[in-house]
Ligand binder design. Structure first.
Ligand code: AMP
Length: 545
């Protein structure tokens, strides 16, 4: 027997329609590429996303066509988020931090028909344009006054396009399974692969992001999106804000410590989201400039994901900002929110030290996704907080294939996706990543967690950043090498680091050597680029090996 409830497709357009009905005057603050801070409301985003849909239709964009963006976090990007998906086309967010050759590959692979981009990327697009076979129209996301002389063929001005269109537009009634947006994995190994989100997965994922045991996004929040809108749809925040009415602060291109701090202060931000590397820059700025964030800011929660948030980071935010760190885990293939680390009632009374140990975990599965651990043979491992295994995930916002079936089937027989991460899960359901499976260090038949050593090293007061890689060892197979960046103007000795780590990690996990480097390489999404480090230290041998 079927239920007798109404059937309405879950569509991205329903989010913007809800925003304008429920919180039309809630604000969106953008620091623009052109310079000034721009302020608008959901009423404006609603009106202008409809003008954008009309403008794209006039350019010949049809349902299913891919419309690419190469843009920072800003209000015009928001308009395209809703306008492009709302009209049934596919929003393809490009990561400008990729190499030009990767961007060329991705645009051609996706067969993007229109490319909309910020002023910062004019030189990049000038270089790329001749190679972008499918792109029919290049749209610069600025006004007439800022249009440059450029070699880009037929370059169009976004504000001119919108001004020529009415805001009278009826969102089409799409199949909720239709594609809404496309995002390529960063592809540190092999070619980037496209993850194609549907309207349904996007709306369900936004529900998941808003729940209290997840990111708890609400009208009470002013949310600073340090996480870029070109990285897995800024972890759903544009959609979650439309759903909840949270006020949004979009930082544009300036993500250095001073700029982020100024926005946190000037806009009295309560919730900020980003990857650990940007928070490192912020914490360094605060300590170098002798600032007192706890008295100047209104920050209550910092969501950290994309890479492991070291315990020392949660401690610094708590101590200096009075802000609670919410650790979260996910990947492009999981839309991205998979787990979020909120406390259970019994944790609240714990001494800080023990509570921070809970917060260092990546958290519990959000309703909608399920997690399991397996050994190398695919046998299920217990959720006892001890057994480390391959982390698998399933759920309605997890990919079932890559775009154009790149890489072939990606699910096992029971529909689980192998994340490529190695983790433990404790009896309360807290998942703790110990490594990427490619990064674990295999020593004497056991696994050493590079992330655990990095986290411990990051707690040293003079350490700015840490990376651990496995180095071949004749007796143990592999042993850990610790690479450290020391805070500016500081000096650190190998012996004092090893002494500091002694007791903070298992004895047999202590690195066999410590090297000091000026900087560490990162991926386009701010993760440590361990493939490059392994390559750089390929010929390195420990003295006793
Ligand atoms: P991406 O698809 O580029 O977002 O990368 C996803 C990968 O980032 C995951 O598979 C993890 O290896 C890593 N990752 C994301 N969040 C975390 C986290 N909180 N702690 C550790 N690793 C993380």
């Amino acid at each position: 027997m079927l239920g007798l409830m109404q059937e309405h497709p879950l569509l991205v357009s329903s989010l913007i329609e809800h925003a304008v009905a429920a919180h039309p005057g809630a604000g969106i603050v953008s620091r623009t590429v052109e310079g000034p801070v721009h302020r608008c409301t959901w009423r404006d985003v609603h009106r202008r996303s409809k003008q954008a849909a009309n403008a794209l239709t006039a350019l010949g964009v049809r349902p299913g066509d891919r419309v690419a963006t190469l843009a920072w976090n800003g209000y015009r990007h928001m308009e395209l988020y809703f306008g492009v998906s709302g009209m049934g086309a596919v929003l393809h967010t490009l990561n400008p931090r990729l190499f030009p050759e990767q961007l060329e590959y991705i645009v051609n692979h996706a067969e993007d028909s229109v490319l909309c981009f910020d002023l910062s990327f004019v030189p990049l697009v000038e270089k790329l344009a001749p190679q972008l076979e499918s792109v029919r129209a290049f749209v610069l996301m600025t006004d007439r006054a800022h249009m440059p002389e450029s070699s880009i063929p037929g370059l169009l001005c976004y504000e001119d396009l919108l001004a020529a269109q009415s805001d009278d537009y009826a969102w089409p009634d799409l199949d909720e399974r239709a594609a809404a947006s496309l995002c390529y994995t960063s592809g540190t190994t092999g070619k980037p692969k496209g993850v194609l989100y549907s309207h349904r997965s996007t709306v369900l994922h936004a529900f998941g992001a808003c729940t209290v045991d997840s990111l708890a996004v609400s009208r009470d929040d002013t949310a600073l999106l340090v996480v870029p809108m070109f990285h897995v749809n800024a972890w759903s925040m544009p959609y979650a804000a439309a759903m909840s009415g949270a006020r949004l602060v979009l930082p544009g291109p300036a993500l250095d410590g001073a700029s982020v701090y100024a926005l946190l202060r000037d806009e009295q931000v309560t919730l900020a989201l980003g990857v650990p590397t940007v928070w490192l820059m912020l914490l360094q700025h605060v300590s170098a400039a002798g600032l007192e964030p706890a008295t100047e800011l209104a920050l209550r929660r910092v969501v950290i994901g994309g890479a492991a948030a070291p315990r020392s980071m949660a401690e610094a935010f708590e101590r200096d900002f009075g802000a609670f760190v919410v650790h979260a885990w996910g990947m492009t293939e999981t839309s991205p929110v998979g787990t979020v680390c909120n406390l259970l009632p019994e944790h609240r009374a714990l001494p800080l030290e023990q509570r921070l140990q809970v917060q260092a975990k990546q958290g519990r599965a959000v309703f909608g996704v399920r997690l399991k651990l397996t050994d190398d043979e695919g046998r299920a491992l217990p959720h006892d907080g001890q057994a480390a295994g391959h982390l698998k995930i399933r759920g309605p916002w997890v990919a079932r294939a890559y775009y154009r079936d790149e890489g072939g089937p990606i699910l096992d027989d029971e529909g689980w996706f192998d994340t490529g991460d190695v983790a433990t899960i404790d009896p309360d359901g807290y998942m703790h990543i110990t490594d990427r499976s490619k990064d674990v260090i295999k020593s004497g038949g056991e696994w050493i967690s590079s992330i655990a050593i990095e986290n411990a090293a990051m707690g040293h007061p003079l350490v700015a950043e840490a990376a651990v890689i496995g180095i071949a060892h004749p007796k143990w197979q592999e042993r850990p090498l610790l690479l450290l960046v020391v805070k500016p103007g500081q000096v650190l000795e190998r012996e004092s680091v090893l002494h500091y780590l002694d007791g903070r990690v298992a004895k047999w996990w202590l690195p066999d050597d410590v090297l000091f480097v000026r900087e560490l390489p990162h991926t386009a999404t701010g993760k440590l680029l361990k493939t490059a480090l392994r390559e750089q230290f390929r010929d390195y041998r420990f003295a006793d090996a």
